[in-house]
Design a protein around this ligand. Structure first.
Ligand code: GLN
Length: 544
């Protein structure tokens, strides 16, 4: 197998229980190495058989993160992009489904020349190929970080671990580091930390042929020296490589505690890399601001999946970034749109200074969202409609301002008299659900002298999409006459990408997903402006 001689690999696995924050750990290590001047990318392997998470319910999987090149990927890629501030591609996320799909296609073509196709070596070779080809094909990386989804002991992740074992041999030990994230629980009744789950997890790894080099030990309080000694001894890991990964109040602090624990130094020593110390000054400043905001502002997010916050991961993080940019903390009030449908809107938004309706699919809760958009328009509450949230604002405007009572989106009513949100022409003959939406980065031209232009400060932008339906251009002139301006247009297709209400302090709808492009230190211009408008609203209403 050909591997880039310069590139070094970091493999990150998780043990004991899920949800220890492997994605954040991978992203944090990526940031630490990038801050030392290295070229880094991060690859996520998902052991499930779905080709991608695009067809999975948000309840099963959380948010689907879309890359510029239109891949529907795991939400960890959002953490990677936000932490290391590099664009991911479809080559940064592979699933078991994709891997088998490629191997089976090759088999059908006859590429295996009569051989029996097996997990070892054919599946493992395909996994290794994806490791060596991770990221942007035009960039030669110093470091490729590989995160393996799932927990050690899962049947599904075995081929990935076997591929990693082989890969370590292929590139040599000096070019690969194995990092294992584990849990060290403190048992109150015994009054001590318990290291056995970690010992067992590392033992499982060793049975597969992988020796952990660094252990990141999640713990609720400081790990005592005795426990560290014990973990080191039983897991065959140097004591200074047993790192305490203490619970922190914000995920953005994780890179800082890792650096303090010596993770960066350990990795570069182990890989024989000469680098300066990382420059984390701005990151530290950001974390300080997250922890010490000058004020708090409450914003409602009104959606269908509010029971599972992972469905709106990027929106939540965008609020953190935009909050810092405004020296504020955004407190999100989750509102179930179905609850608005059954209980009415009265008093529900009294406490909030802004309303965001996020993306979504299907007609459940849709009338609650439309009523919410109406409330925000009439009461001059800052409103941010994203994708479905924009479509709701359009439907509401068509019904209540243009007077077309039955206006609707054809996703919700096929026989509406005014299909103000319609299926795109190229979507009409599509029958497969997977990977067939309008996906990824598209250009948008901003109209001069609009609020939108002021926020972006430029007339050409690129944003990411994931939807099938669009504003129907038949109605755009009438919207304009009545006060709703199409302030952003796709220059190639003439589709409406952004609308703003003229007679309102801040009322914006976007067909794309700006939350996918919010980065830690800068935030997204629309989120920054929305939070600012919410603060202004709050202050004016406090005085009143
Ligand atoms: N269901 C809508 C569409 O497909 C909106 C999608 C979304 O909000 N991501 O157009």
């Amino acid at each position: 197998m050909s591997v880039n001689s310069k590139t070094k690999y970091i493999f990150i696995t998780g043990g004991v229980v899920s949800s220890l924050g492997k994605g954040i750990a991978s992203a944090s290590i990526g940031l630490l190495l990038k801050s030392r001047g290295l070229k880094v990318t991060i690859l996520k392997f998902d052991p499930y058989i779905n080709v991608d998470p695009g067809t999975l319910s948000p309840y099963q999987h959380g948010e689907v993160y879309v890359t510029d090149d239109g891949a529907e990927t795991d939400l960890d890629l959002g953490h990677y992009e936000r932490f290391i501030s590099e664009n991911m591609t479809r080559r940064n996320n592979s699933t078991t489904g994709q891997i088998y799909y490629s191997v089976i296609k090759k088999e059908r073509r006859g590429d295996y020349l009569g051989k029996t196709v097996q997990v070892i070596p054919h599946i493992t070779d395909e996994i290794k190929r994806r490791i060596t080809e991770a990221g942007d094909a035009n960039i030669e990386y110093d470091i490729v970080i590989v995160e393996v989804g799932g927990t050690i002991g899962d049947i599904e992740s075995l081929p990935f671990l076997e591929a990693i074992r082989q890969m370590c041999l292929d590139v040599g030990n000096q070019n690969a580091v194995n990092i294992h994230l584990t849990l060290v629980p403190y048992i109150n009744a015994a009054g001590e930390f318990k290291t056995k789950p970690t010992q067992h997890s590392v033992m499982r790894l060793r049975e597969i042929g992988i020796q952990a080099d660094i252990l990141l030990c999640r713990c609720e309080t400081h790990l005592d020296e005795e426990s560290k000694d014990k973990i080191g001894l039983f897991c065959n890991v140097a004591k200074n490589a047993v790192i305490e990964a203490l619970d922190v109040s914000t995920i953005y602090e994780v890179p800082l505690i890792f650096e303090e624990g010596g993770v960066g130094d350990l990795i570069v020593e182990r890989l024989n890399l000469q680098t300066p110390k990382p420059d984390l000054v701005e990151w530290k400043r950001f974390v300080e601001k997250v922890k010490n905001p000058r004020e708090t502002v409450k914003i409602a997010v009104c959606g269908k999946y509010v029971g599972l916050k992972d469905s709106y991961k990027s929106i939540i993080e965008s609020f953190v970034h935009a909050g810092v940019a405004n020296n504020a903390r955004v407190e999100v009030e989750w509102i179930d749109s179905e609850e608005i449908e059954s209980n009415g809107i009265s008093g529900r938004f009294k406490e909030v200074s802004g309303i965001l309706i996020p993306g979504g699919f299907g007609d459940r809760g849709i009338e609650g969202k439309i009523a919410t958009a109406k409330y925000a328009r009439e009461n001059k509450v800052p409103y941010f409609g994203i994708c479905l949230g924009m479509q709701c604002a359009i439907i509401e405007f068509a019904r209540n301002v243009c007077g077309w009572e039955n206006a609707n989106g054809v996703e919700f009513s096929k026989n509406t008299s005014h299909p103000v949100i319609d299926l795109m022409e190229e979507q009409k003959n599509i029958s497969n659900l997977g990977g067939t939406m309008r996906l990824g980065a598209y250009n948008c031209k901003i109209k001069p002298a609009t609020q939108t232009y002021e926020m972006y400060g430029q007339s050409e932008i690129v944003e990411r999409h994931r939807h099938r339906y669009e504003v129907n251009n038949l109605y755009v002139d009438e919207f304009e006459k009545k006060g709703l301006t199409a302030s952003g247009i796709n220059p190639e297709t003439n589709l409406v990408e952004i609308v703003e209400l003229r007679d309102h302090p801040w009322y914006l709808g976007v067909q794309f997903h700006p939350e996918l492009k919010s980065r830690v230190l800068t935030g997204h211009p629309l989120f920054r402006a929305f939070v600012k408008a919410a603060i202004t609203y709050k202050n004016s209403h406090q005085q009143a």
